[in-house]
Each structure stands twice: as structure tokens, then as C-alpha cells.
Design a binder for this molecule. Structure first.
Ligand code: AP5
Length: 220
């Protein structure tokens, strides 16, 4: 099964993608994570992306389309993948259609996560992750069970993203409404869109997504 999690910054795409990855054996493909890895490694793509990401703007379509096209060809994607943060523009969506068709693959469902804007800002500015294994946490909504220690790997090192500040979040939201929100209509017209309530608590959002995926698998 191949799916897209579609929603604004902080909607919970990454949180839920990791859960679906575990429950369904699909691979999470996060263009944000891939770009941050390129920035950290100082590659040519990373150098081009760094300042754009810090401003909260979108990296150019050709870069992210190239990254995804190569990644989908890796053997671990054969069972299916979860696109998290891609596509983000109509040009990226059209390119995805073309490259899936060329590879003889299909897109099964696009899950739109609906969230209030004020909640997004609170979610993003409170987010932190384990520096060792990448497990995600939140100052209010998801603290480690033992304070200062990662639930998953036990590390005591945590980090916060450079673009997770109140000012950049507004720029990211602006980019979402200008460039990405039109994809809701695009996928609705294609008949692949399903919408869920992303304001529910994390477990409930997982339940809603699992229901959609079970439905889609049954209809296939
Ligand atoms: P990217 O890394 O994709 O960031 P984003 O879209 O802004 O999304 P986030 O990772 O911030 O949010 P999320 O929806 O994954 O939320 P999360 O689960 O972490 O992109 C970063 C940048 O890279 C972009 O700005 C752009 O420059 C560039 N880029 C990436 N892809 C690109 C593309 N295709 N084209 C061009 N440029 C691209 O949750 C957030 C917090 O809320 C967490 O702390 C979590 O614990 C908490 N939380 C989650 N769910 C809930 C819930 N239900 N209730 C309460 N709290 C919750």
C-alpha cells in the first residue's frame, strides 16, 4: 500500500507515519528528514536547502522530486511507503503521478489531517526529539516517561529543530496555505482523498488512520 499523509506543519504526520510504519510494515519517506540529513552531512543539496528551510520556505521542486524518485526505487519500498511532507506543490503532485505510472505503481489513498492553526503553533514550538534515535516528544502532550530519558533508547540527549520557532512556524504555515492546501482539492477530484480529525489525541488519530487503511485494503 502506498499513501500520503497530508497536512500543515505540526499536524502530526511524522508521529503517525512512524506508527503506521510499525503496524503495517510500510516505509516512512519524509522529505523533511531527508533534507535535514543532507544539511547535516553538508552535501550539495543540503547547502542549497539549508537557508530556505530556516526561512520556512519550500525547497525547489526539482530537488525533492529527485530525492523521492530515487528513494522509491530502493528495495525496502517494495511493500509500500508513507509519503510524509511530499508532495507539497501541484507540480510535485503531478510529478509523483508521472513517476508512479512510469514505475508501474499506484497511490492508494491520501489522508488529510485536519488541525486548528493555533494548535499547530503550540505543537511545533513544544516539540523535541531524542538526539540518538529520533523518537518525538512534546513539552506538554508527550513527555518522556522518565524525565530527561528517551522511552525508546534510554538516551539523555534531546534536540529541537532550527525551524521550530514561532516566527518560522508562521512562514511555514503561509507556505502550506499558498502552495500545499490546493492539493486537498487535487486529490479530492482524483477520488483518493480521505479526511480525519487531527485534533483528537495521538492514539485516537492512529485509530482513525488505521480504520481508513483497513477500508482501503478491504476494497483493493
Ligand atoms: P517537514 O520536516 O516536512 O516539516 P513540516 O511539514 O513542517 O511538518 P512537521 O515535521 O513540522 O510536522 P508533523 O506534521 O510531522 O508533526 P509531528 O508529528 O512532528 O519540512 C521541513 C522543511 O523542509 C519545510 O519547511 C521545507 O523547507 C522543507 N521541505 C520538506 N519537504 C518538502 C517538499 N516536499 N517540498 C519543498 N520543501 C520541502 O507533530 C508535531 C508535535 O505535535 C510533536 O511534538 C508531537 O508529539 C505533537 N503531536 C502530534 N500529534 C498530536 C496530537 N494528535 N495531539 C497533540 N500533540 C500531537
Amino acid at each position: 500500500m502506498n499513501l500520503i499523509l497530508l497536512g500543515p506543519p505540526g499536524a502530526g504526520k511524522g508521529t503517525q507515519a512512524k506508527r503506521i510504519e510499525e503496524s503495517r510494515g510500510l516505509v516512512q519517506l519524509s522529505t523533511g528528514d531527508m533534507l535535514r540529513a543532507a544539511v547535516a552531512a553538508g552535501t550539495e543539496i543540503g547547502k542549497r536547502a539549508k537557508e530556505v528551510m530556516e526561512r520556512g520556505e519550500l525547497v525547489s521542486d526539482d530537488i525533492v522530486i529527485g530525492i523521492i524518485s530515487e528513494r522509491i526505487d530502493q528495495p525496502d519500498c517494495a511493500r509500500g511507503f508513507i509519503l510524509d511532507g511530499f508532495p507539497r506543490t501541484l507540480a510535485q503532485a503531478a510529478a509523483l503521478d508521472d513517476l508512479l505510472a512510469a514505475k508501474g505503481r499506484t497511490l492508494d489513498v491520501v489522508i488529510e489531517m485536519k488541525v486548528d492553526d493555533e494548535a499547530l503553533i503550540e505543537r511545533i514550538t513544544g516539540r523535541f526529539t531524542c538526539a540518538e534515535c529520533g523518537e518525538g516528544y512534546h513539552d506538554t502532550f508527550k513527555r518522556p516517561q522518565v524525565e530527561g530519558k528517551c522511552d525508546k533508547c534510554g538516551s539523555t540527549e534531546f534536540s529541537r529543530r532550527a525551524d521550530d520557532n514561532a516566527e518560522t512556524v508562521r512562514a511555514r504555515l503561509m507556505a502550506y496555505y499558498r502552495e500545499t492546501a490546493p492539493l486537498i482539492g487535487y486529490y479530492f477530484c482524483k477520488g483518493t482523498l480521505r479526511s480525519i480529525d487531527g485534533m483528537a489525541d495521538i492514539d485516537d488519530v492512529t485509530r482513525q488512520i488505521e480504520e481508513v487503511l483497513t477500508d482501503i485494503a478491504r476494497a483493493a
